[in-house]
Ligand binder design. Structure first.
Ligand code: GDP
Ligand code: IMO
Ligand code: MG
Length: 427
């Protein structure tokens, strides 16, 4: 398929990075279109482990041009740190990276403001990754104090904007927290300009470039970050991120028309995880949840926080698959579920006596949802070495088919381990 997209169907960390890496072989361009360095993708192949955050996963392939689109928010220091760490490992990737001049820049005030807001929310805090993502997106939508990559690389334009914004932001920050750090505009200009000098050659009009690539029938892969349930419009608001992390964000975040996408692949774990706050109907705050956390090594790539674990929630996953209109799904980390007598899949919610298969809009209603569970017999075997679907234990096959039926989308990939090779392709 010439133009493919990969999105997460849960609350992030579904193994999108692994699936993107698998598909990159057949693509010439990989595009990140939303989010920022709140994302964390781990990819394993050839005995090596790569951890990526802001860079598209395609950056690991030398034949690929990697693009960061207009919808991404960029911390210039973070991107350079990531490029440097790949270079230290022998992968000099900078020359194959393009960054949109329309992408917005995360600045020090975004991080300070986010910290102050989160502290003020007490127990109701979102549990963000503390990367200034939400505050940068807020500035973009608000339009007054926003800086884009195209401004950053123009030294005088950037300096003038920083000198205008810093005093205003400082007043707001002082009001939020009297002990807040005092910003130094000159220092910010110096630090960011040093980053701009290193990134200038990467900054370009990626929209025009991608549209030309489309005309030339190039194979393009769109890489989603976060998961659809963290989508700011369609997710479990307000416990979401600040971008459109479902398939709905591809067009706005890249400038590529909706009809250009030939195939949309949704990635779901064989169970569910969530990092940060917010309702999670199938959460297992018990020994089984702990077993899954240990078996799946469920600790955040970005913040190291233990991920909350629970049964596969087909209501939420089906909702995600439907809003983006996915063509098929990849079920990942099936191997993590080996060794249980019985597993469960949530097939409906009971919300104060009303049984539904739709995801409620209000987080408070989702918090009241009791999962209606469908038991599925488990399997004991280690399945990490299996490469054909028919070789999986009968109950593992049954589990995948049950999930497929409840989510309502055909399963085309089953992942049974973190390595590129540990993959079962159906059909
Ligand atoms: P992403 O944010 O969606 O790209 O996912 P992450 O990379 O944050 O989290 C997925 C984790 O699961 C990573 O540590 C992967 O190496 C790992 N992983 C991916 N697929 C599998 C699998 O099938 N089985 C196991 N056990 N681990 C996997
Ligand atoms: P990947 O791409 C899992 C969560 C945070 C928090 C909420 C808002 O690896 O799947 P933010 O910093 O974005 O304002 O935090 O979203 N979150 C993620 N959870 N995987 C991610 O990315 C996430 N990115 C953000 O934990 O609950
Ligand atoms: Mg992740």
């Amino acid at each position: 398929m010439p133009v493919t997209s990969v999105i997460g169907l849960q609350w992030g960390d579904e193994a999108k990075g692994k699936v993107v890496d698998l598909l990159t072989e057949k693509h010439e361009i990989v595009v990140r279109y939303q989010g920022g360095n709140n994302a964390g993708h781990t990819v394993k192949f050839g005995g090596n482990t790569y951890k990526l955050s802001l860079l598209p996963t395609g950056i690991l392939h030398s034949h690929v041009r990697s693009v960061i689109g207009p919808g991404v928010v960029i911390n210039p220091k973070a991107i350079l740190t990531e490029l440097d760490s790949l270079a230290a490992g022998g992968e000099d990737c900078s020359s194959r990276l393009m960054i949109s001049d329309r992408a917005h820049v995360i600045c020090p005030w975004h991080l300070l403001e986010e910290a102050a807001f989160e502290a003020s929310r007490g127990d109701a805090k979102i549990g963000t990754t503390k990367r200034g993502i939400g505050t940068c997106y807020r500035e973009k939508v608000g339009r007054f104090h926003a800086i884009r990559m195209g401004d950053l690389v123009l030294k005088d334009v950037f300096a003038a904007k920083v000198r205008e914004i810093v005093p205003i932001k400082q007043k707001i920050l002082n009001a939020l927290d009297p002990d807040v750090e005092q910003m130094d505009a000159d220092q910010i200009i110096e630090d960011y300009t040093a980053c701009a000098d290193q990134l200038r050659d990467n900054v370009a009009d990626t929209t025009a470039w991608l549209l030309d690539a489309l005309d030339e029938k190039k194979n393009i892969l769109f890489e989603g970050a976060q998961g659809s349930l963290l989508d700011v419009d369609h997710g479990t608001f307000p416990f979401v991120t600040s971008s459109n992390s479902s398939g709905c964000g591809i067009h706005s975040g890249s400038g590529i028309p909706e009809r250009a996408i030939d195939q949309m692949i949704g990635v779901a774990k064989a169970y569910t995880t969530r990092v940060g706050g917010g309702p999670f109907p199938t959460e297992l705050d018990n020994e089984i949840g702990e077993q899954i956390r240990v078996a799946g090594n469920e600790f955040g790539t970005v913040t190291g926080r233990p991920r909350r674990c629970g049964w596969l929630d087909s209501v939420a996953t089906r909702y995600s698959a439907r809003i983006s209109g996915v063509d098929c799904i990849a079920i990942a980390l099936l191997d993590v579920l080996s060794g249980h007598e019985e597993l469960n899949i949530c097939e409906a919610y009971n919300i104060n006596g009303t049984v539904t298969r739709d995801l409620p809009a209000r987080s408070e209603d989702l918090a009241d949802a009791k999962p209606v569970l469908r038991p599925v017999p488990g399997w004991q075997e280690d399945i990490t070495g299996i490469r054909r679907f028919e070789d999986l234990p009968e109950n593992a096959q049954k589990y995948v088919r049950t999930a497929e039926g409840l989510i309502g989308s055909p399963v085309k990939i089953v992942s049974v381990g973190p390595d590129r090779e540990q993959t079962i392709h159906l059909d």
